[in-house]
Design a protein around this ligand. Structure first.
Ligand code: TXA
Ligand code: MG
Length: 312
C-alpha cells in the first residue's frame, strides 16, 4: 500500500529522503502527475521503468526548478533560451543537446545525446524539486500505455505498492501532457502536441516551427500510435452513442453521459479528458466520443483520443 500525502514541509522532506535512497515518488504537475526519481541514479531509473512497465528505449523528461540547473544539463541556443524565458515554468518540454556538465544518467536518456527538459509550473512540483535540489526525471505516473493520471487517486489505481509515496496536489489544472519541441535541427520541430497550444508556440518562434505529418516516423517514442489507451474500445468523432456504448460529450447536448465541457470550452475539456476516460472505462466496453474541434487545445485532445482509439 502506497500512502497518499498532502504536500507540506514534512512530507517533502520524507519524499526527498526516498528520492535520495533511489526511491520513486509520484508528484503533481500542472499537466499530469509524474513519477519522479533521481535523474542521476541509474538504479532508480531502472526501478522507475520497471514500475511503469515502460520500454527502455523511451527516454524520460528531466524536470528542473531553475534555469541555472537547466543550463548545467543542456546546451541552450539563444532561441531556446528565449523560449524557456517565455514559457517556463509551464507545460513546455524542450529537447536540447546534452551539456558536458550534464548529470542525468544515460539510461534516463535512453542513450541519446539529447535531453528533454521541463520546468513545471505546479507549486508542489517546484517545491519538490527545490527540496531535492537536483533534476528529477518524471514520466507520467501511469502504467505504460495506460491513460495518464490527473489525480493522486489515479496514480494509486495504477501503481499502488510500486512507488514509495504519492504527493497529493489536487487535480491537475491542464490535464494533458506538455507540448514537446526539439531544438536539435536547424528549425524547431514539434514532437508532441500538448498543453501549450501549437499556434502560441509557433508565434513565439516567429512561425518557424516544423509540424510533421503522420508518416515521418516516430520522433518522440511517446508518439507510438497506440498510447493513452483505456481498456474500452473508443470511437471518436461520433454523433451519438450506439446501444451499449458509453457517451463522452462535448458542448451542450441532450445526450446523457459524461461531458468534457458543457460550455464547449477546450481548456476545460483538456482538464477533464483523462479522468472522464477512466470513469467511462470502468463502466463500459465501448465509448463513443463527440466531435471535438481540431483547433487550439483541441489538437492535443484529438491526438490523445486517436491514440487511445488505435489498436495494434
Ligand atoms: O507533461 C508532461 O510532459 C508529463 C509531466 C509529468 O511532466 N510527463 C510526460 O512524460 O508526459 P512521458 O514520459 O509520459 O513522455 C515523455 C515524452 C516521451 O514521448 C519521450 O519519448 C519524449 O518525451 N522524450 C524524452 N526525451 C526525449 C528526447 N531526448 N528526444 C525526443 N523525445 C524525447
Ligand atoms: Mg506518458
Amino acid at each position: 500500500m502506497t500512502a497518499i500525502v498532502p504536500i507540506q514541509q514534512g512530507t517533502l522532506s520524507l519524499a526527498a529522503m526516498h528520492l535520495r535512497g533511489g526511491g520513486l515518488v509520484a508528484m503533481p504537475t500542472e499537466t499530469v502527475y509524474g513519477l519522479a526519481c533521481n535523474a542521476a541514479n541509474p538504479d532508480a531509473v531502472v526501478r522507475l521503468y520497471e514500475a511503469k512497465g515502460r520500454p527502455r528505449f523511451n527516454p524520460l523528461i528531466a524536470h528542473v526548478a531553475s534555469m541555472e540547473i537547466a543550463e548545467q544539463e543542456a546546451v541552450f541556443s539563444d532561441q531556446a533560451r528565449e523560449i524557456a524565458a517565455k514559457f517556463w515554468p509551464g507545460p513546455l518540454t524542450m529537447v536540447l543537446p546534452v551539456a558536458p556538465t550534464g548529470t542525468v544518467s544515460d539510461i534516463a536518456r535512453a542513450g541519446l545525446d539529447t535531453i528533454a527538459l521541463r520546468m513545471p509550473a505546479h507549486p508542489g512540483a517546484l517545491a519538490m524539486l527545490r527540496t531535492f535540489g537536483k533534476p528529477l526525471v518524471a514520466p507520467s505516473a501511469n502504467r505504460s500505455g495506460h491513460v495518464s493520471p490527473t489525480t493522486a487517486q489515479h496514480v494509486k489505481a495504477d501503481l499502488d505498492g510500486k512507488v514509495d509515496l504519492i504527493l497529493d496536489g489536487g487535480p491537475c489544472e491542464r490535464g494533458i501532457e506538455s507540448t514537446i519541441v526539439s531544438f536539435i535541427g536547424e528549425r524547431p520541430v514539434l514532437l508532441r502536441a500538448g498543453a501549450l497550444e501549437t499556434s502560441i508556440l509557433n508565434e513565439a518562434l516567429g512561425g518557424t516551427l516544423v509540424v510533421r505529418g503522420e508518416d515521418d516516423g516516430i520522433s518522440a517514442p511517446g508518439q507510438l500510435k497506440s498510447h493513452y489507451a483505456p481498456n474500452a474500445h473508443l470511437r471518436p468523432n461520433a454523433d451519438a452513442p450506439e446501444p451499449g456504448e458509453g457517451w463522452l460529450g462535448f458542448g451542450s447536448s441532450p445526450i446523457p453521459g459524461t461531458n468534457l465541457s458543457e460550455a464547449g470550452d477546450l481548456r476545460e475539456a483538456a482538464k477533464n479528458l483523462f479522468a472522464a476516460l477512466r470513469t467511462l472505462d470502468a463502466g463500459f466496453d465501448r465509448i463513443a466520443v463527440a466531435h471535438i474541434p481540431n483547433e487550439g487545445l483541441g489538437e492535443a485532445i484529438n491526438d490523445r483520443l486517436a491514440r487511445a482509439a488505435h489498436r495494434d
